[in-house]
Design a protein around this ligand. Structure first.
Ligand code: HEC
Ligand code: HEC
Length: 158
């Protein structure tokens, strides 16, 4: 009898484990991931191509963090070491031939300009991303500021 119960219990546990849990596959609209596939493990999307021989891009508006025109794969940025500042710091920029981080990167929260890059701007990739050949993840009708101004001027003159 005990053996039978054990077999039945094992079987029912196995059924629970193999049945796809409905809570993991609710129907949902397509987003960045296809709807209703939360319970499935899909293929990882390919890593976007590294920038090679890309030029510095025009910024779309003055406060845009410029995109990075070079690869940053393997660059260490942590509490002890910041690879980016090896080239972009005030001291290193001229010899590295890299643009120095701008004055905003030295300002603390009271807009006081410090000698060192402020902690709020220390982790560069919070704001700067490398240029890649990645497809846009979502549709965007963003227009660069020059286009907005030109369009406004045209409408005014009409
Ligand atoms: C080996 C030196 C070196 C390192 C390390 C380096 N950079 Fe650069 N970076 C450059 C050079 C040189 C340029 C200018 C390229 C050009 O003019 O085409 C540049 C350009 C840039 C620009 C574009 C600036 C603009 O005004 O368009 C950004 C942003 C940038 N780097 C961010 C970073 C970040 C973030 C890191 C660390 C993850 C980093 N860089 C590490 C040398 C370096
Ligand atoms: C909080 C967001 C933020 C962080 C973090 C940040 N930046 Fe920037 N960065 C910006 C913005 C916004 C601009 C453009 C406006 C400006 O200069 O403030 C910029 C401009 C730059 C430029 C162009 C400077 C120029 O005068 O053309 C370089 C180079 C740069 N950043 C490098 C870095 C590096 C290296 C780090 C890490 C040590 C870093 N940034 C961290 C937002 C950030």
């Amino acid at each position: 009898m005990k053996k039978l119960i054990a077999i039945l219990l094992t079987a029912s546990f196995a059924m629970v484990a193999t049945a796809e849990s409905p809570s993991l596959s609710p129907s949902a609209p397509d987003g960045l991931r296809e709807g209703g596939t939360l319970g499935k493990v899909g293929d990882a999307p390919p890593i976007a191509g590294d920038p090679r021989d890309v030029k510095r891009e025009v910024r779309n508006y003055p406060e845009q963090p410029p995109v990075i025109p070079h690869s940053i794969r393997g660059y260490q940025v942590d509490k002890r070491f910041n690879r980016c500042l090896e080239c972009h710091s005030r001291e290193s920029a001229p010899s590295a031939g890299a643009p120095m981080v701008s004055v905003t990167h030295f300002m603390d929260r009271n807009f006081q300009v410090r000698a060192e890059v402020t902690p709020g701007r220390y982790f560069c990739t919070q704001c700067h991303v490398p240029q890649t050949d990645a497809e846009a993840l979502v549709e965007s009708d963003f227009k660069p500021i020059d286009q907005v101004i030109r369009q406004g001027a045209r409408e005014d003159s009409q």
